[in-house]
Design a protein around this ligand. Structure first.
Ligand SMILES: [Zn+2]
Length: 392
């Protein structure tokens, strides 16, 4: 069986020390994020502006921020806010009551890069440092303050400054760039509405090749010296996108499709909208010498992640209790597409449903649909949801 886990499902995290939800008294409408990053260093600074809607009069509200040093918080550039850390949230209290309406929240912050492959994290390929992100399930809050729950789908507009010799990519195409004193500021187009767990960023001396044959621009990116292995994924991606568009009857919804090979990544891949990250062993395979199993795994993971661009990204569960359906459908879709496009692989001859039934019969097996109060609840037994949901 050539199954895999594509998202942040395998490693436990301490992100949800407090399980309660943010509520909807104050909710975000759109968010701008500015980050000043240099992978050669161990920390970064940033600022964010969030357009908020206050639904009911209040003096205080919370949003997520974990291991961030928030230095300044102000509403409409005039209403001061007291900052109180209640990890993984911050409680902001206004100096006067906030009546219903729209407000602009501005925050300035600093943080260390994560080194455990969550949030905005640093890794090395050889001696060269890089940055990548992994925000599912609740790790965007480690990168910048945000309303880090999947029901809050809003446009994000990312602007990232980095040393001028580095590549910077995010979910959307770059709109413009400006250079000053060895640094380049990259301003990206606003995204379509999306949850914070799908925002992504990669910074470093990446190399890239274009992916031709799609309605939208596409690239494969890889760390220095490895782009020569991008050919197999580059060749097969357009057919998979087209098969998915035909099945769903809806064009791919994002303005571009970048697929990035990451050398330190604890999962198979992550379906960030328009910027899919993969463990390099999956995205970069030698089409001439790789085993049949290896190539089939690559095709399956690409099909799985790209099917999420519709199921999960375009249509998102309100809360994590429906994540099982998201993953089960992506797994089912990947098998369907790979069987359809590559019948010579005879993938359909395998009978993983027998393994699923054995797993499901274990006394320790958990229901795949269950209440979710914490990240631990999401992780608990989710692996079975991929296969069980796919085959039943
Ligand atoms: Zn998935």
């Amino acid at each position: 069986m050539k199954k895999f886990v594509c998202v942040a499902l395998l490693l436990p995290s301490l992100a949800w020390a407090q399980p309660e939800r943010l509520g909807d008294t104050v909710r975000p409408l759109r968010q701008r994020v500015f980050l000043r990053t240099n992978p050669a260093q161990s920390n970064y600074t940033g600022s964010t502006q969030i357009l908020l809607k206050v639904e009911k009069a209040t003096t205080q509200f919370r949003l997520h921020a974990l291991e961030l040093r928030i230095k300044k918080a102000v509403l409409n550039e005039s209403i001061g806010l007291k900052i109180e850390t209640q990890s993984p949230t911050v409680l902001l209290t206004a100096t006067r009551p906030l009546q219903p309406g729209q407000y602009r929240l501005s925050l300035e912050f600093a943080a260390n890069y994560n080194t455990h492959s969550v949030g905005l994290y640093k890794f090395k390929d050889g001696e060269r440092p890089y940055l990548s992100t992994q925000f599912e399930m609740a790790e965007a809050r480690r990168c910048f303050p945000c309303f880090d729950e999947p029901a809050f789908k809003i446009p994000f507009q990312m602007t990232v400054a980095a040393p001028s010799d580095l590549r910077v990519v995010s979910n959307s195409p770059q709109l413009k760039e400006s250079k000053k004193a060895g640094w380049t500021t990259h301003e990206f187009a606003p995204t379509p509405p999306m949850p914070s767990y799908l925002v992504a960023l990669a910074v470093g001396p990446f190399q890239s090749v274009p992916v031709a044959g799609m309605r939208i621009p596409g690239r494969i990116l890889a760390p220095q010296g490895k782009i020569g292995l991008a050919g197999f994924s580059r060749k097969n991606t357009p057919a998979i996108v087209k098969a998915l568009e035909n099945y769903f009857g809806i064009p791919y919804a994002y303005a571009k499709l970048d697929q990035v090979a990451i050398s330190e990544f604890p999962y198979g891949a992550m379906e960030n909208a328009g910027l899919v990250t993969y463990h390099e062993d999956i995205l970069l395979v030698n089409g001439k010498t790789a085993s049949e199993d290896s190539k089939t795994l690559t095709l399956m993971v690409i099909a799985h992640e790209l099917s999420h661009q519709w199921f999960g990204n375009l249509v998102t569960m309100k809360w994590w209790n429906d994540l099982w359906l998201n993953e089960a459908f992506a797994s089912w879709m990947a098998s369907k597409i790979v069987n359809q496009l590559y019948p010579e692989l005879e993938f359909f001859l395998e009978t993983p449903q027998n393994n699923v039934m054995t797993q499901d019969a274990n006394l320790s097996s958990k229901p795949i649909r269950k209440p979710i109060r914490s990240e631990a609840d999401v992780m608990d037994g989710l692996g079975l949801a991929y296969n069980k949901g796919e085959w039943f």
